[in-house]
Design a protein around this ligand. Structure first.
Ligand code: HPA
Length: 249
Protein backbone atom coordinates (compact mmCIF):
# COMPACT_ATOMS: atom_id res chain seq x y z
CA UNK A 1 0.00 0.00 0.00
CA UNK A 2 1.22 3.50 -0.83
CA UNK A 3 1.51 5.86 2.10
CA UNK A 4 2.49 9.29 0.89
CA UNK A 5 4.32 12.11 2.63
CA UNK A 6 5.00 15.62 1.42
CA UNK A 7 8.06 17.46 2.67
CA UNK A 8 7.43 21.17 2.31
CA UNK A 9 10.39 23.44 1.70
CA UNK A 10 10.83 27.20 1.82
CA UNK A 11 7.43 28.81 1.27
CA UNK A 12 5.54 25.68 2.21
CA UNK A 13 5.54 25.46 6.01
CA UNK A 14 1.93 24.32 5.89
CA UNK A 15 -0.04 22.78 3.07
CA UNK A 16 -3.07 24.78 1.92
CA UNK A 17 -5.97 22.37 1.37
CA UNK A 18 -4.74 19.81 3.90
CA UNK A 19 -7.55 18.87 6.28
CA UNK A 20 -5.58 18.08 9.42
CA UNK A 21 -6.67 15.14 11.57
CA UNK A 22 -3.79 15.09 14.07
CA UNK A 23 -0.22 16.18 14.71
CA UNK A 24 2.48 14.02 16.19
CA UNK A 25 5.74 15.02 17.86
CA UNK A 26 8.24 12.26 17.48
CA UNK A 27 11.74 11.42 18.61
CA UNK A 28 14.06 9.22 16.58
CA UNK A 29 17.44 7.59 17.30
CA UNK A 30 18.88 10.48 15.23
CA UNK A 31 17.23 13.25 17.25
CA UNK A 32 14.16 15.37 16.61
CA UNK A 33 12.61 15.99 13.21
CA UNK A 34 12.11 19.58 12.06
CA UNK A 35 8.64 19.65 13.62
CA UNK A 36 5.50 17.68 14.22
CA UNK A 37 4.33 15.23 11.59
CA UNK A 38 0.98 16.51 10.37
CA UNK A 39 -1.54 13.85 9.37
CA UNK A 40 -4.56 14.66 7.26
CA UNK A 41 -6.44 14.40 4.00
CA UNK A 42 -5.29 16.20 0.87
CA UNK A 43 -6.89 15.83 -2.55
CA UNK A 44 -8.99 12.98 -1.11
CA UNK A 45 -5.90 11.10 0.06
CA UNK A 46 -4.51 10.47 3.54
CA UNK A 47 -1.06 11.97 3.66
CA UNK A 48 1.63 13.02 6.12
CA UNK A 49 3.10 16.51 5.88
CA UNK A 50 6.42 17.67 7.31
CA UNK A 51 7.80 21.22 7.10
CA UNK A 52 11.52 20.75 6.37
CA UNK A 53 12.53 24.06 7.90
CA UNK A 54 10.05 23.86 10.79
CA UNK A 55 6.85 25.81 11.25
CA UNK A 56 7.45 28.70 11.51
CA UNK A 57 10.34 28.51 9.06
CA UNK A 58 13.43 28.70 11.33
CA UNK A 59 15.89 25.89 10.48
CA UNK A 60 18.41 26.75 7.74
CA UNK A 61 19.21 24.09 5.11
CA UNK A 62 22.58 23.09 6.61
CA UNK A 63 21.00 22.61 10.07
CA UNK A 64 18.02 20.47 9.06
CA UNK A 65 18.10 17.07 10.76
CA UNK A 66 17.54 15.17 7.53
CA UNK A 67 18.17 11.80 9.17
CA UNK A 68 15.50 12.37 11.83
CA UNK A 69 13.00 13.67 9.27
CA UNK A 70 13.26 10.69 6.94
CA UNK A 71 13.45 8.20 9.84
CA UNK A 72 10.27 9.62 11.43
CA UNK A 73 8.43 9.22 8.12
CA UNK A 74 9.66 5.64 7.73
CA UNK A 75 8.53 4.82 11.28
CA UNK A 76 5.08 5.96 10.24
CA UNK A 77 5.14 3.53 7.31
CA UNK A 78 5.59 6.19 4.66
CA UNK A 79 6.47 4.49 1.36
CA UNK A 80 6.61 7.49 -0.98
CA UNK A 81 7.76 11.09 -0.56
CA UNK A 82 7.16 14.16 -2.70
CA UNK A 83 9.71 16.78 -1.74
CA UNK A 84 9.13 20.43 -2.54
CA UNK A 85 12.35 22.42 -3.09
CA UNK A 86 12.89 26.10 -3.86
CA UNK A 87 15.83 26.47 -6.27
CA UNK A 88 17.74 28.92 -8.44
CA UNK A 89 17.67 28.52 -12.23
CA UNK A 90 20.96 27.98 -14.09
CA UNK A 91 20.16 26.86 -17.64
CA UNK A 92 17.83 28.75 -19.94
CA UNK A 93 14.66 26.68 -19.50
CA UNK A 94 14.87 27.04 -15.71
CA UNK A 95 13.41 30.51 -15.40
CA UNK A 96 11.79 31.87 -12.23
CA UNK A 97 8.29 30.50 -11.73
CA UNK A 98 9.08 27.22 -13.49
CA UNK A 99 8.46 23.83 -11.90
CA UNK A 100 11.01 21.07 -12.55
CA UNK A 101 10.96 17.36 -11.80
CA UNK A 102 14.73 16.75 -11.72
CA UNK A 103 16.15 13.37 -12.67
CA UNK A 104 19.75 13.78 -11.47
CA UNK A 105 21.73 15.25 -8.59
CA UNK A 106 25.23 16.53 -8.00
CA UNK A 107 26.07 16.88 -4.32
CA UNK A 108 28.31 19.81 -3.35
CA UNK A 109 27.35 19.78 0.33
CA UNK A 110 29.84 18.94 3.05
CA UNK A 111 29.80 17.89 6.70
CA UNK A 112 26.11 17.04 6.74
CA UNK A 113 25.00 13.81 8.43
CA UNK A 114 24.41 12.04 5.16
CA UNK A 115 23.98 8.34 5.99
CA UNK A 116 22.35 5.95 8.45
CA UNK A 117 25.39 3.67 8.08
CA UNK A 118 27.74 5.85 10.10
CA UNK A 119 28.54 3.80 13.11
CA UNK A 120 27.88 0.19 12.29
CA UNK A 121 31.21 -1.65 12.58
CA UNK A 122 31.45 -4.47 10.07
CA UNK A 123 28.51 -3.23 8.04
CA UNK A 124 29.38 -1.44 4.82
CA UNK A 125 26.44 -0.51 2.63
CA UNK A 126 26.74 1.04 -0.81
CA UNK A 127 23.34 2.15 -2.08
CA UNK A 128 22.78 2.34 -5.83
CA UNK A 129 22.32 6.04 -6.65
CA UNK A 130 22.42 5.75 -10.45
CA UNK A 131 18.87 7.12 -10.50
CA UNK A 132 18.56 9.27 -7.38
CA UNK A 133 14.83 9.88 -7.85
CA UNK A 134 12.00 7.37 -8.17
CA UNK A 135 11.17 7.10 -11.87
CA UNK A 136 7.59 5.95 -11.22
CA UNK A 137 6.85 9.01 -9.07
CA UNK A 138 8.57 11.27 -11.58
CA UNK A 139 6.37 9.96 -14.39
CA UNK A 140 3.19 10.44 -12.31
CA UNK A 141 4.09 14.08 -11.66
CA UNK A 142 5.12 14.66 -15.27
CA UNK A 143 1.84 13.21 -16.55
CA UNK A 144 -0.14 15.26 -14.03
CA UNK A 145 1.82 18.34 -15.13
CA UNK A 146 0.82 17.87 -18.78
CA UNK A 147 -2.89 17.95 -17.80
CA UNK A 148 -2.71 21.63 -17.08
CA UNK A 149 -0.91 24.14 -19.34
CA UNK A 150 -0.46 26.71 -16.61
CA UNK A 151 1.76 24.32 -14.60
CA UNK A 152 4.32 24.45 -17.44
CA UNK A 153 6.41 21.72 -15.90
CA UNK A 154 9.91 20.82 -17.13
CA UNK A 155 10.41 17.06 -16.94
CA UNK A 156 14.16 16.66 -16.40
CA UNK A 157 17.13 18.45 -14.95
CA UNK A 158 20.20 18.07 -12.80
CA UNK A 159 19.87 19.53 -9.31
CA UNK A 160 23.17 20.79 -7.86
CA UNK A 161 22.98 20.86 -4.08
CA UNK A 162 25.08 23.48 -2.31
CA UNK A 163 25.89 23.80 1.37
CA UNK A 164 24.50 27.27 2.05
CA UNK A 165 23.20 29.16 3.78
CA UNK A 166 24.80 31.77 1.55
CA UNK A 167 23.95 31.83 -2.14
CA UNK A 168 26.66 31.06 -4.69
CA UNK A 169 29.22 33.26 -6.44
CA UNK A 170 29.01 33.74 -10.22
CA UNK A 171 32.10 31.56 -10.67
CA UNK A 172 30.54 28.77 -8.59
CA UNK A 173 27.45 28.84 -10.78
CA UNK A 174 29.62 28.83 -13.93
CA UNK A 175 31.41 25.78 -12.60
CA UNK A 176 28.12 24.08 -11.75
CA UNK A 177 26.85 24.77 -15.27
CA UNK A 178 30.01 23.21 -16.72
CA UNK A 179 29.37 20.23 -14.45
CA UNK A 180 25.91 19.87 -16.00
CA UNK A 181 23.69 21.40 -13.30
CA UNK A 182 20.41 22.98 -14.44
CA UNK A 183 19.17 24.14 -11.04
CA UNK A 184 20.79 24.92 -7.70
CA UNK A 185 19.33 24.46 -4.24
CA UNK A 186 20.39 23.52 -0.73
CA UNK A 187 18.02 20.81 0.42
CA UNK A 188 17.87 17.79 -1.89
CA UNK A 189 20.92 16.22 -0.23
CA UNK A 190 21.32 14.26 1.89
CA UNK A 191 17.51 13.90 1.97
CA UNK A 192 17.30 12.00 -1.34
CA UNK A 193 20.07 9.55 -0.41
CA UNK A 194 18.68 8.94 3.08
CA UNK A 195 15.29 8.10 1.59
CA UNK A 196 17.05 5.61 -0.72
CA UNK A 197 18.86 4.06 2.24
CA UNK A 198 15.49 3.42 3.91
CA UNK A 199 13.87 2.15 0.70
CA UNK A 200 11.46 5.10 0.39
CA UNK A 201 10.42 6.17 -3.12
CA UNK A 202 11.36 9.83 -3.40
CA UNK A 203 10.79 12.58 -5.96
CA UNK A 204 11.53 16.30 -5.99
CA UNK A 205 9.24 18.96 -7.32
CA UNK A 206 11.55 21.96 -7.60
CA UNK A 207 10.26 25.50 -7.95
CA UNK A 208 12.61 28.09 -9.46
CA UNK A 209 12.44 31.26 -7.35
CA UNK A 210 15.36 33.25 -8.83
CA UNK A 211 17.96 33.18 -11.56
CA UNK A 212 21.14 31.73 -10.05
CA UNK A 213 24.05 34.08 -9.31
CA UNK A 214 25.33 35.84 -12.44
CA UNK A 215 22.47 34.56 -14.62
CA UNK A 216 20.63 37.88 -14.69
CA UNK A 217 21.65 41.54 -14.37
CA UNK A 218 19.60 41.89 -11.20
CA UNK A 219 21.03 40.92 -7.84
CA UNK A 220 19.16 38.23 -5.93
CA UNK A 221 16.87 39.67 -3.25
CA UNK A 222 14.68 38.04 -0.62
CA UNK A 223 11.75 40.01 -2.03
CA UNK A 224 12.29 38.50 -5.48
CA UNK A 225 12.47 35.03 -3.94
CA UNK A 226 9.34 35.61 -1.81
CA UNK A 227 7.33 36.98 -4.74
CA UNK A 228 8.22 34.01 -6.95
CA UNK A 229 7.52 31.61 -4.09
CA UNK A 230 4.05 33.04 -3.50
CA UNK A 231 3.18 32.74 -7.19
CA UNK A 232 4.81 29.37 -7.65
CA UNK A 233 3.24 27.67 -4.66
CA UNK A 234 -0.16 27.89 -6.41
CA UNK A 235 1.31 25.86 -9.27
CA UNK A 236 2.80 23.37 -6.82
CA UNK A 237 -0.64 22.94 -5.24
CA UNK A 238 -2.31 22.38 -8.60
CA UNK A 239 0.34 19.79 -9.49
CA UNK A 240 -0.01 18.00 -6.15
CA UNK A 241 -3.80 17.94 -6.37
CA UNK A 242 -3.56 16.34 -9.82
CA UNK A 243 -0.58 14.10 -9.14
CA UNK A 244 -1.41 12.58 -5.77
CA UNK A 245 -4.54 10.65 -6.86
CA UNK A 246 -2.40 9.06 -9.62
CA UNK A 247 0.32 8.11 -7.18
CA UNK A 248 -1.97 6.38 -4.69
CA UNK A 249 -4.26 4.78 -7.33
N1 HPA B 1 21.01 28.96 -4.77
C1 HPA B 1 20.91 28.01 -3.83
N2 HPA B 1 19.75 27.70 -3.25
C2 HPA B 1 18.66 28.37 -3.64
C3 HPA B 1 18.72 29.38 -4.61
C4 HPA B 1 19.96 29.69 -5.22
O1 HPA B 1 20.09 30.57 -6.09
N3 HPA B 1 17.45 29.86 -4.75
C5 HPA B 1 16.68 29.16 -3.89
N4 HPA B 1 17.39 28.25 -3.22
Amino acid sequence: MTRLAIIGGTGLTSLPGLVISRQQDQQTPWGSPSGALVFGTYAGTEIVFLARHGNPHAIPPHKVNYRANIWALKENEVSDVISINAVGGITKEMYPGRLIVPDQIIDYTWSRKHTYYDDNPGEIVYIDFTKPFCEKLRQHLITAGTECDEINLYPTGTYGVTQGPRLESTAEIRRMERDGCDIVGMTAMPETALAKELGINYVSCSLVVNWAAGKSCESITMKMIDDNLKEGICKVNTLLAKGIPRIVA
